[in-house]
Write a protein that binds this ligand. Structure first.
Ligand code: GLA
Length: 730
C-alpha cells in the first residue's frame, strides 16, 4: 500500500479508492502532492512534472507559499496558518523540520495511552512513518499514516520528540495537516454545530478566503460543534462528487481549521486546540497527538458515511460489544427524575419487561442524598432512603424479572454539597484564591490527578460490583472552567486541558478492563461528547437529551454523516415532550427510535393499555430488524434540512432485506410535485417484495427510477411517517 519512489523523491499511499502522494523537495521540505481518486499513469506523470517545477524555492518568486505543504511550520516564508508552533528555550519560535527518513511498518504501532483505531493482526493495516528533523534544536517529528486495505481513509497522528539538551514548549501541534489544490473548485464546508438539546445540526456553505476555526474550548468535544467536518469540491452533494472528511479521536479541546488562501489552495489542520495550550517537553520526552481520521469519497457524502460507519464498527469500537446486538433499554430518568423508590422502579421495570424490553437503567439520583441536582456528586454510595435493600437488592429484583440492570454515573463531577467535597475541597479544578464557578450546581473534579482517579476507580468500581451491573451510563454535565491545578508547576498549567482528557481516558480504560462485559454508554448532557475518542471506550452514546420525535429526525440525520446508527442512543419518551412540549404520535416517536440504538425513557405504567400494546409491537419489530439497523448499511435518502421529508434506509449485509423510513417533516406547498424515492444499496439484479403489500419490484428499478410510497402521494398534513420493509428470496 505504501511505496517510496526514490529516484523521484515521492511517497505513494495507495488506499481502497484513493491515492495519497507526498514529495520530498530538493531541500528536504515535505510537500503534499495529491489526495484523491487513483491516478492514471499519464495523470501521475503530469502531476509530478508540475510539482518538480515548484519544488525548488527561488529567491525571486517561489516562496513556500506557492508550495503545497504537508506539515507546515511558521515564520520562514510560508505565513499561512501553521500545523504546529514551538517555543525554544531561547524564546525563538522558528523551527525548520526537514525530511530525514521513513519506515513502513506492518499493522500499526502502539501509541500508548488514549484512544487508537484498532488493528488486531499485522496484515490488517500498514503504517508509514516519516521522520522530520530540526537539526539546530535536535527535535524530531514523526508523521504517521495508517492505511486499512478495505477502507477509503487514512489515520494520521504526530509525535514530537525532544532529543536536545533543553526543554521546548509546544504551543500548537496538529495531528494532521495538508494543502489541497484549488481545482476543481469551489470549496465548501459542512459542519455540525448545535447546543444542548439540539446537537449536531447540519450546516453547509461556501468557504471564503481566510481562516475558519471549528473548535471546542470547553474541555469536552461540546454541544456547540462536533469534532467532525467535511470539505467538498465543486458541486459535490449526498450522491456525487469529492468529499474529504476529518474526524478527531479526542474528547477535549479540539480544532479543525481551514485556510482558503488567495490562490484558492485549501489548508486543513486538525488536532488539539492550540487555544490556551502550552506543553513543556523535557529533553528525552515525546508528545503524542490524538488520531485524526481522514476519509475520502468520490460518491458524495453517502460514500464517505458508508466508509466511516464501517470503520467505526470495525476499528473504533472494540471489546466484548463490538459485534454484539445491543439490548433494548428502559431508562427511568424522564419517568421519575430524582423521585423514586425501590418499588416504583420495580413497577416500571415490570411494565418494561411485559412490553419486551431487555435492560432496566437506573439513572441519576440513587446515591448520597441526591433529591435534586444540587448535591451528592462524588458520594458514590447508595441512598438507603430510596433503596433500603441497596443497589444489590434492586438489581437482584430486576435480574429476577429477567432484565439486565444498568446504572448512571457521573464520575468527573463533585457537588460542593457532598462528603467528598468536604473531605477534599482541593480535588476540583480551581485556581487558588479565585471563585469556583458552578454549572448545574457542580464543580469538575481534576481527573488529571492520579489520587482522584484512584478514588473514583475504587468508589465507582465498588458500586458497580455491588449492583452486578450489565450496563453503565457515563455522564458528564458541564464544561470545564477555572482550569488550574495546584500540584502542577506554573510552567505546566497550559497542559491541564489535555491532561484532564487523558485522565478521563485512563479511568475509562481501567473500568473497561475491570468490567469487560459491561456495556458502557457515553453521555454528556445528552450528546456533548459524541466523538471517536469516547467510542473507543464506550460503544454507544446518548445522542441528545431531546427525545422529541421531530427534533430527533434532524439530530439523528446529521449525526449519521460520521457515526453509524448502532452508536446513537434513541429513546421513545412520553408526550408532551418534556423539553419541547410537542406531542408527536407514538408511531413517529417509535420510528425515530427504531432508526437507532432503541430504548424507552418514560413511565409506561402511566400509559394507556392501547399505547403499551402499540409499544410492545414496536419492541417486537425492533427485535426482528435489530441486526439490520445495528449491523447493516445505512443510507440517507432525503435531507430534512433541505426538503419536506426525511428518509433513510438500512440494508442487510447480504442485501436480502431492506428497511425504508420516511418522515413527512413539513407539509408540502399546494401543487408542489411529490418526488419519489430512489433507494440505495440494493442488489440491482434481485426482485424485492414489500412485506404487507405484496408488490414486487426489481432492485434496479427501485434504485434507478425510484418509487413513491402510496401514502405519501397526497400528503394532507405534516408528520405522516412510514416504515417499509422488503425482502428478496432469490
Ligand atoms: C444528563 C443526561 C440525562 C440524564 C441527566 C441526569 O442531562 O444527559 O440523560 O441522565 O443528566 O441528571
Amino acid at each position: 500500500m505504501v511505496t517510496f519512489h526514490k529516484a523521484q523523491g515521492y511517497f505513494q499511499l495507495q488506499g481502497a479508492g484513493f491515492t495519497y502522494l507526498l514529495g520530498v523537495s530538493p531541500n528536504g521540505d515535505l510537500h503534499h502532492l495529491y489526495w484523491g481518486k487513483p491516478l492514471s499513469a499519464a495523470a501521475l506523470k503530469k502531476l509530478l512534472a508540475e510539482w518538480k517545477k515548484r519544488a525548488v524555492e527561488t529567491e525571486h518568486h517561489i516562496s513556500r507559499e506557492f508550495q503545497r505543504r504537508e506539515f507546515p511550520d511558521f515564520g520562514h516564508n510560508d505565513l499561512r496558518t501553521p500545523a504546529f508552533q514551538l517555543e525554544m528555550a531561547d524564546g525563538y519560535r522558528i523551527s525548520e523540520f526537514l525530511y530525514d527518513s521513513f519506515q513502513v511498518l506492518p499493522g500499526k504501532p502502539d501509541f500508548g495511552p488514549g484512544p487508537s483505531s484498532r488493528v488486531e493482526e499485522a496484515d490488517q493495516a500498514q503504517t508509514l512513518k516519516i521522520l522530520l528533523k530540526d537539526k539546530l534544536q535536535k527535535l524530531e517529528l514523526d508523521l504517521y499514516y495508517t492505511l486499512y486495505p478495505t477502507r477509503n481513509l487514512l489515520v494520521r497522528r504526530t509525535i514530537l520528540r525532544n532529543r536536545g539538551p533543553k526543554p521546548v514548549s509546544i504551543l500548537k501541534l496538529a495531528s494532521a495537516s495538508l494543502d489541497l489544490p484549488p481545482d476543481p473548485g469551489p470549496w465548501r464546508l459542512v459542519r455540525f454545530p448545535g447546543r444542548w438539546a439540539k446537537e449536531r445540526q447540519m450546516k453547509e456553505g461556501a468557504l471564503q478566503e481566510g481562516t475558519l476555526r471549528l473548535e471546542s474550548r470547553r474541555g469536552i468535544s461540546s454541544h456547540e460543534m462536533n469534532p467532525f467536518a467535511m470539505v467538498t469540491r465543486g458541486d459535490a452533494d449526498e450522491e456525487k462528487g469529492e468529499v474529504y472528511g476529518f474526524a478527531l479521536a479526542t474528547s477535549g479541546n479540539w480544532l479543525i481549521e481551514t485556510e482558503l488562501f488567495r490562490d484558492q489552495t485549501l489548508r486543513v489542520n486538525a488536532g488539539l486546540n492550540d487555544f490556551n495550550f502550552k506543553w513543556r517537553l523535557e529533553p528525552g520526552k515525546a508528545f503524542v497527538t490524538p488520531e485524526c481520521v481522514m476519509a475520502y469519497s468520490t460518491s458524495g457524502f453517502s460514500g464517505l458515511s458508508f466508509n466511516l460507519h464501517r470503520f467505526v464498527r470495525e476499528r473504533v469500537i472494540g471489546g466484548f460489544w463490538q459485534n454484539r446486538p445491543r439490548p433494548m433499554l428502559l431508562n427511568n430518568w424522564e419517568a421519575t427524575y430524582f423521585k423514586f423508590n425501590h418499588d416504583k422502579l420495580l413497577q416500571i421495570a415490570r411494565a418494561g419487561k411485559e412490553a419486551g424490553l431487555e435492560l432496566f437503567v437506573l439513572d441519576d439520583g440513587w446515591f448520597g442524598k441526591r433529591d435534586d441536582d444540587t448535591t451528592s456528586l462524588g458520594d458514590w454510595f447508595v441512598d438507603k432512603r430510596k433503596l433500603p435493600r441497596g443497589l444489590r437488592g434492586l438489581s437482584d429484583d430486576i435480574h429476577g424479572l429477567g432484565l439486565k440492570f444498568g446504572l448512571w454515573i457521573e464520575p468527573e463531577m463533585v457537588s460542593p454539597k457532598s462528603l467528598l467535597y468536604k473531605k477534599h475541597p482541593d480535588w476540583c479544578l480551581h485556581v487558588p484564591g479565585r471563585r469556583r464557578r458552578m454549572a448545574r450546581s457542580q464543580l469538575v473534579l481534576d481527573i488529571s490527578r492520579p489520587e482522584v482517579r484512584d478514588y473514583l476507580f475504587e468508589a465507582i468500581g465498588k458500586a458497580l460490583e455491588e449492583a452486578r451491573v450489565d450496563y453503565v451510563k457515563w455522564d458528564m454535565n458541564r464544561s470545564l472552567s477555572e482550569v488550574g491545578n495546584e500540584t502542577l508547576p506554573p510552567n505546566r498549567q497550559g497542559e491541564l486541558y489535555f491532561r484532564y482528557v487523558m485522565g478521563v481516558y485512563d479511568l475509562m480504560e481501567r473500568l473497561n478492563r475491570r468490567f469487560p462485559k459491561v456495556l458502557f454508554e457515553g453521555c454528556s448532557g445528552g450528546g456533548a461528547r459524541f466523538d471517536l475518542g469516547i467510542l473507543h471506550y464506550h460503544p454507544q452514546i446518548w445522542t441528545s437529551d431531546n427525545t422529541d420525535g421531530l427534533d430527533r429526525i434532524f439530530i439523528q440525520y446529521a449525526t449519521s454523516f460520521a457515526y453509524p446508527p448502532l452508536v446513537m442512543g434513541a429513546h421513545i419518551s412520553s408526550v408532551p415532550n418534556h423539553i419541547t412540549h410537542r406531542s408527536m404520535s407514538l408511531k413517529w416517536r417509535a420510528l425515530a427510535a427504531l432508526s437507532g440504538n432503541f430504548g424507552v425513557e418514560a413511565d409506561i405504567t402511566k400509559w394507556k393499555p392501547s399505547e403499551r400494546k402499540e409499544l410492545a409491537g414496536y419492541i417486537r419489530l425492533y427485535k426482528e430488524i435489530r441486526p439490520i439497523v445495528q449491523f447493516g448499511d445505512f443510507y440517507r435518502l432525503e435531507n430534512p434540512y433541505q426538503s419536506n421529508r426525511a428518509s433513510w434506509m438500512f440494508v442487510s449485509p447480504d442485501q436480502k432485506e431492506a428497511l425504508v423510513f420516511v418522515f413527512q417533516v413539513k407539509t408540502p406547498k399546494k401543487g408542489e410535485k411529490v418526488k419519489g424515492l430512489r433507494l440505495k444499496g440494493l442488489d440491482a439484479d434481485k426482485t424485492y417484495e414489500f412485506l404487507g403489500e405484496g408488490s414486487k419490484l426489481s432492485g434496479k428499478k427501485l434504485m434507478k427510477d425510484g418509487w413513491l410510497p402510496k401514502s405519501f402521494e397526497n400528503p394532507k398534513g405534516s408528520y405522516h411517517c412510514e416504515l417499509y420493509h422488503f425482502k428478496t428470496n432469490s
